[in-house]
Structure formats: structure tokens, C-alpha cells
Design a protein around this ligand. Structure first.
Ligand SMILES: [Mg+2]
Length: 100
């Protein structure tokens, strides 16, 4: 397990039970990813509309999405390095599809 993932797991284990339970519920996690993606889209919209820099907020929302993505991946036992390997395999399949 990567150092970051291990540290994240320690933090999650310190959550009150109520949060620890929702952190294992795939339905909650799927909705949370959608919610965070909406927050990201909203900052991108504001940046586009207002020509204002929201980089910090955008990076926080990207981090939020990653947190929930790692948590839902964990429910399928593909978090951390295993998820990275899965992403690479998927990208290679896509590359073969595109390039023949
Ligand atoms: Mg957020």
C-alpha cells in the first residue's frame, strides 16, 4: 500500500462511526463523486464566466473526487497501486482501439 493511501486509511479510521460506515457504502460514494464533480464543474464555469482564477478551489475539488474514487475503489479491492495498474491497462486497451 502506498504511503499516501496508508495515511488516508488512518485518517478514515479516525472518523466517527457514522462517517466510517458511509465511507464503505457504494451508493453514498457514487453520489459523493457526482456531487464533487458538480462542484468542480461549477468552479470551472465561474472561471470561464468571470475570467477569475479559481485554481486553488479547482485543485481541492479534484482532490475531493480522488478521495471518493479511492474509497469506492476500496470497496472493490482495487485501491492504490492496483487501481493505477487497472487505469494503465485500460488506457492501453483504448490506445489499441484508437490506433488499431
Ligand atoms: Mg468539494
Amino acid at each position: 500500500m502506498s504511503k499516501i493511501l496508508s495515511e488516508r486509511q488512518k485518517i478514515i479510521e479516525k472518523f466517527p462511526d457514522r462517517y466510517a460506515e458511509t465511507a464503505k457504502d457504494k451508493r453514498f460514494l457514487a453520489l459523493a463523486i457526482c456531487g464533487e464533480a458538480g462542484e468542480l464543474a461549477n468552479y470551472l464555469k465561474k472561471e470561464w464566466r468571470d475570467s477569475k482564477d479559481y485554481s486553488e478551489e479547482i485543485m481541492d475539488e479534484i482532490a475531493d473526487i480522488r478521495i471518493y474514487l479511492e474509497l469506492i475503489a476500496k470497496t472493490y479491492n482495487i485501491e492504490g497501486d492496483k487501481l493505477d495498474e487497472r487505469v494503465i491497462a485500460k488506457m492501453k486497451r483504448k490506445e489499441r482501439e484508437v490506433n488499431g
